[in-house]
Design a protein around this ligand. Sequence first.
Ligand code: ADP
Ligand code: MG
Length: 252
Amino acid sequence: MKKLDIHTGVEQADYAVQLEHVSKIYPGKKEAALNKVSLGFPKGRFSAIMGPSGSGKSTLIHCAAGLDIPTSGRVRLGDVEIGTMKEPQRTKLRRKKVGFVFQSFNLIPSLTVWQNILLPQRLAGVRPDRKWALDVIQRLGLKGREKSYPTELSGGQQQRVALARALAASPEVIFGDEPTGALDLRTGVEVMRLLRDAVNSFKRTVIMVTHDPNAAAWADQVIFLADGKLAGELVSPSVEQVSQRMMELNKI
Ligand code: ADP
Ligand code: MG
């Protein structure tokens, strides 16, 4: 039987990730970093998460991706409940279903581009799909750089390697935490175009934290957070709309 979301009427099967009353209180803290957040990220869409510094964006994405566990509430990745899952099952599932792009690229300096890209599959114990990896490399304009080491590449190239690594394992969801944060404007646009293409051409789901309205405007929807709670949403956002909301949330 198809289960419908009580708030939106969207079929639950159409969500890549769903959070239900998710709260996170870090040890030794009084305030909740996330306070009963319920939301769903639709499959095959590009979602951005925005909000003032300290509003809980990274916490939300870490809980959604199974990198951290909520204090209470439920997190469903596809049709699997991961919020309460213990290590190492959670790690195993994450390696299979999730890709990451961080601000700091997180490439392994002692490994080549090719080795970095195939690393998640090796860690997951799956035979790397070399043909698919080569296709991804080609599409991301990294052909010929397979044997280079990360330090030999520009920031933009390194982020493209990180994206290739995220795509190569064919994950259901790609998470980004400020993926353009360390890049210049032009390279940031390039990375946004590639994330957009991961959704349009590769049919992936992308969920990205950003503080940049220009980056957020590439998304299909923007979710706003303030003080660990949902603070609104924009569909097909423009840069101006996003900037306006952010100014309101920052009380400027
Ligand atoms: P954002 O990414 O929006 O800047 P975070 O999710 O990083 O926000 O942080 C939300 C709140 O939780 C902040 O008050 C922050 O200080 C706190 N916080 C984040 N990570 C930790 C942690 N590992 N331990 C304790 N407190 C944390
Ligand atoms: Mg953060």
